[in-house]
Design a binder for this molecule. Sequence first.
Ligand code: CTP
Length: 694
Amino acid sequence: MQLQGKKIVLGVTGSIAAYKAALLVRLLVKEGAEVQVVMTPSAKEFITPLTLATLSGRGVVSEFFHSADGTWNSHVELGLWADAMIVAPATAATIGKMAGGIADNMLVTTYLSMKAPVFIAPAMDLDMFAHPSTQRNLDILHSYGNHIIEPAAGELASHLCGKGRMEEPHIIVEKLKDFFLADSPLKGKRLLITAGPTYEKIDPVRFIGNYSSGKMGFAIARECALQGADVTLVAGPVALKTPHSSIRRIDVESAQEMCDVATEEFARCDAAVLSAAVADYRPSEQAVQKIKRTADNMRIELSPNPDIAATLGKSKRPSQLLVGFALETDNAEANARLKLQKKNLDFIVLNSLQDEGAGFAVDTNKVTIIDNDSRVEYPLKNKAAVARDIVAHLKKLLLVCLMMFLPSFVDAQELNATVTLNTSKIQGTNTEVFTVLKDGVTEFINNRKWTQYEFEEHERISCNFTFVVDSYSDDGSFVCTLMVQATRPVFGTTYSSVLFKYEDKGIRFKYQPYDRLEFNEDNLDNNLTALIAFYAYMIIGMDFDSMGELAGSEYLNKAQSIAGNAQNLGDSGWRAGSNENNRYTVIDDYMNGAMEPLRRLMYRYHRLGLDTMFKNADGGRKIITSCMDMLKEAYDNRPLAYVTKLFTEYKQDEIVNIYSNKGGAEEKKAVVRILSEINPSQMDAWDSIEKSAL
Ligand code: CTP
């Protein structure tokens, strides 16, 4: 019922495909929508208003007024009433009228009054569809913000084959659902739900279990799936069908199995709802053969099972939510609050066995939702309605989480990175892995705290990480070129200056969807995170160098040590394309004592030069001119070092700008001489400085 309560105006026009409108109405109604059919006069030749009125449960609108009593059908009211309008099938004639504003029937008039989004599903012969006139009209409608549901290719009423057949009703409904779901906070969220009891084996035919039916958890899973979430349902032994086709269900039996699966799944989830009634103990030993009856008393020794909620609570990231249940017989609320804290839950759903109609195996439940800031007691409801309440609370907290972890809302993290994955070089079959990798890397860079300092939003260092994928194979092996660029804002302007830019070729790493991207400084095995950490520290170090003289040492040292350690591991993933200009030499050069003039230059150039230029152009430029001497000094100290040349490469445009039509002839000459010596390959650019008029 994903369209529950949605009000849809369905415009039907005179096409052979009008018969499909009947199915469309049925599907919409089945999804919970209220449907008002508006027909053009010619549509009635193809399907009777009676059919559509019966299926929709509402009288069909077709005329401007009722001939019997002269009352008007208000297109304005329909335009305000609807949450969406679908025109299906839409003939070439109606499309033309809609594009041209020719309001000679009720359908086009309603369209012109429509305040809600409009979906148009064309249906016509292939030649008509391909005609520039139709295409132009569709372009016009598209430019008005209408959604065109492209017709499918196939056999047409004319027996010709081609594009023009109205898209199938179930696909139109899917598109509409997607549209409405795009607003849903659960859309695309990965949720883990545990449900049902666990069985703990005593022997091959006996177990310790409990009365949990799994109904509550299944209802929550269904509700989340209906709202567009990507649900993994880990179910103990229950007699329930999977409640929605999009749900991924994993059946388990024991607490240990449930714990293993849940722990693995949770790592890639945004939230988990733990509704399973997990056995706290299991028999210490499981008899291999059926235990025989004897005359004696029998004792079964029990060992504790893992507490799944507490396990996940420990590994929970700040951006993840964890929801638990408490089923209590006494001291209900106090016990529930204790569990909330002990298991590190974000909220807990309390159902007390003392409440009539609450608990196992029944179809109703009476819950109280408790979190650190609120407590809401709900009346007795059926489990589907309780699921809606629980999911509504989850959505509220997810939104808060989303706000907190949206890059622009992070207040303490240093890097503000945009990650791009360019796959144009390969014919990617598995696009999901690229999206997941991109999101994972983005979160890894932006949410990790790289220094001990608190950064304000406006102080965050902007950087781009662009991975150009050179090759990828199904086992998760990537070969990429990584382009890293970091910029710093120039005080008092909207201009950003490049701090560091580097193209790193031949990066090899392995990544399977949902691999956890975690960096541990003592363990560089995961070369992707180590590589990113290397660049993160390098960027932070250079940014600090630009803020205070040699202020970035701590972070540059970290970058150098990561590179050194990774190199010692002999991991092929750490070897860059060329031996001379690889990432080890970049950081080693930069940290070499002989390069100190270059590091001091970073501060002088940015903080003293660029930052003063906006109020004192000449003064700022002269400071930058003096930086060129420092650049030359570094170059003279180690002519083979790559970093001085690198600096001239990424600063080329900026430097040309600073001196074009500005500065004295002598000043320009001196600057050009230094730049040409360090980087003769960019002679043309340097020449342009000298040639520019004063
Ligand atoms: N839970 C769990 N793993 C366990 C026990 C419980 O994940 N081994 C979860 C349940 O799914 C529920 C919450 O923890 O969301 C509370 O379950 P409950 O049985 O009430 O809590 P216990 O910690 O077992 O406390 P007690 O049985 O002592 O009341």
